[in-house]
Every structure is written in C-alpha cells, then in structure tokens.
Design a protein around this ligand. Structure first.
Ligand code: SF4
Ligand code: F3S
Length: 313
C-alpha cells in the first residue's frame, strides 16, 4: 500500500472520509490565498510527506491555550501533523521526557539541527532583572531564548504572548515581559491571537513545505494571508453596521441576533485577523457569530489599548 493510501486508511479509521479531508485542504488552500489548482499539492503535503523539518517548541510565560487550540484542530489530526509532517524534537507538554532528560533533549536537538530547525515559541519572555521573573528548569526564559532561537532557520511566535507579550506585558508589567522577537532582538514570524487559529499555523507550515519559503508578512511580522484585512472588513454583520443597525437598539438578546456589535464594544474595525472566514473548531463559529464582540485579541497591547472590552470606543 502506498503512503497516500495508508494515510487515507488512517483517516477512515477515525471516521474521516477522503471527501471531508479534501474539503479541509480546499479551505486551507483558500485561507493561504492560493488558487484552487494548489489543492492537490496541499493534500500531498499531508498524505505523502517528502520532508519532515525538525521543530523545537518552547514554552515561556503563557497559559498553554495556544497548544490546546492546536490540539483541538481536527484535520490533520495533531499526531499526523506532529509525527508525519513535522519532526517534533522538543515540546515540553507533549514529550515523554522530563527533568534533566528533557533539558538534554533540547540541547541535543539544537546541536544536531543547528541552522535547520523551525523554532515555535509559545509565551512571553521576562526581560527585567536579567529575566528573573520567569524560569524553566532553573534557567530564565531569556537565557533559553538566547541560547535556542539564534540557531533556528526560522522562528514562529505562536499566540499574542509570544508575538507581543500578551497579558504578561500588560501594565504595570513589573517583569518587563515582551514578545520573543523584541526580548532578544530577532525577527520572528508572528501568528497572534488569544488563542490563535491553528489553521494559520498549519497554513504557514504548509506554505513553507510547498513553496520552500515562509509566507509574505506585514510590518508586524504577521502572514498577510491571515492578517491582511480587519475582522470588520470580513464580518457578515457589516451591512447592519453600515445601515446603523446595532444590537444595542433591540429589546432582547434574541431580537438582536445577527445585528452589528459595535455599540457593545466590538473591536473588529481595529483588529487584523481572518476569524470571520477561517472560524474556530474546524469552521464551527467565531466570537462575533456566537454573539460576543471581538476584543482585539490578535493586536499588540490589546489588554491595555482595547479595554474596557465591552464599552464603545
Ligand atoms: Fe464590525 Fe464588529 Fe459590527 Fe462585525 S460586529 S460589523 S466586526 S463592528
Ligand atoms: Fe480574537 Fe477578535 Fe478573532 S477577539 S478570536 S481577533 S474575533
């Protein structure tokens, strides 16, 4: 049996048909901004992987919600993504090793794949007091980031904390928390969100495997395919915004269903992300569709600049 047949056999055993897998690949291709002609090539990246780039995944100050959101992505199942498309050399929450063994695994991976691995960072880095506000295994996040990140072929900051500091960097920020790029002065590819949408990480990795390069970025290091437009520009409630019909004017939440949430504090007009089209939980819904105003979770400093969340700007 060929690799492709084996892959579809495994998906079938989990109740995923070839048809629904292709539907996912079509959605992923569209999210990446590629033409429909690329759909079979995108499918091949999963079904017939030819290269497995080594990945070192670091956790700093965060809630692990970003890993959680990735683990909830249905296609490809995370074990297929992790074990077949990527070669995951180090990930503190998924690996079996612990303690000294884990520390040795990190050092061995950096040495073995020097200049060749992709570093994914989750969480912010404390910079005040020599990074004393955040440690793993007795070493500061700052020390670990300085030791690992410069040896990577590319670094992906996954989640608003790793990109821009997130809640750790909110005022008064006594630990001097920053996103990993700012903390150690390197350029990172940023996939912000609290949590980010896993399809944007998968799209970035597939772009790298398919086209041999990282996607085009905006001035904040975010892939344009995902962060090129505001939430508001893509929102299905926008017609009501333009007509001045706001949820606030209706007597009950039921009557307000579907109306614009701007007067309830929606930050969609200031926030760059593809939530309305990519949605979460495999295309089930997204905050505004569920009736909650966007709180701007993918913007730098959103805890300071977008609060109080449920008040009109
Ligand atoms: Fe814009 Fe928010 Fe209104 Fe949607 S709900 S149209 S994102 S202001
Ligand atoms: Fe975040 Fe707003 Fe999307 S709160 S998840 S950027 S709709």
């Amino acid at each position: 049996m060929g690799k492709e047949e084996e892959y579809f056999g495994r998906l079938a055993a989990r109740g995923v048909s070839r048809r629904s897998f292709m539907k996912y690949c079509t959605a992923l291709t569209a999210t990446m901004g590629l033409s429909a002609a690329y759909v079979p090539k995108v499918a091949e990246v999963f079904a017939q992987p030819t290269q497995r780039p080594p990945v070192v995944w670091l956790h700093f100050a965060e809630c692990t919600g970003c890993s959680e959101s990735l683990l909830r992505s249905q296609y490809p199942y995370v074990d297929d993504l992790v074990l077949e498309v990527l070669s995951l050399e180090y990930h503190e929450t998924l690996m079996a090793a612990a303690g000294h063994q884990a520390e040795e695994a990190l050092q061995a991976a950096v040495k073995k794949y020097d200049g060749k691995f992709i570093c994914v960072v989750e969480g912010a880095v404390a910079t005040a007091y020599d990074g004393g506000y955040g440690k793993v295994g007795g070493r500061t996040f700052l020390e670990i980031a300085k030791e690992v990140v410069p040896h990577a072929a590319a670094t992906i900051a996954y989640g608003t904390c790793a990109c821009f500091g997130g809640i750790q960097a909110a005022k008064p920020n006594p630990g001097g928390y920053k996103g990993v790029g700012d903390a150690i002065g390197v350029k990172t590819l940023n996939i912000p969100g609290c949590p980010p949408n896993p399809i944007n990480l998968v799209g970035t990795i597939v772009n790298y495997l398919l086209l041999g390069k990282l996607p085009e970025l905006d001035e904040r290091g975010r892939p344009l395919f995902a962060y090129g437009k505001t939430v508001h520009d893509q929102c299905p409630r926008r017609a009501h915004f333009e007509n001045g019909e706001f949820a606030e004017s209706f007597g009950s939440p039921e009557a307000a269903m579907g109306y614009c949430l701007y007067k309830l504090g929606c930050r969609g007009p200031e926030t760059y992300n593809n939530c309305p089209v990519a949605k979460f939980n495999d295309g089930t819904s997204w905050p505004v569709e569920a009736g909650a105003p966007c709180i701007g979770c993918s913007q730098p400093d959103f805890w300071d600049t977008m609060t109080p969340f449920y008040e009109e700007f």
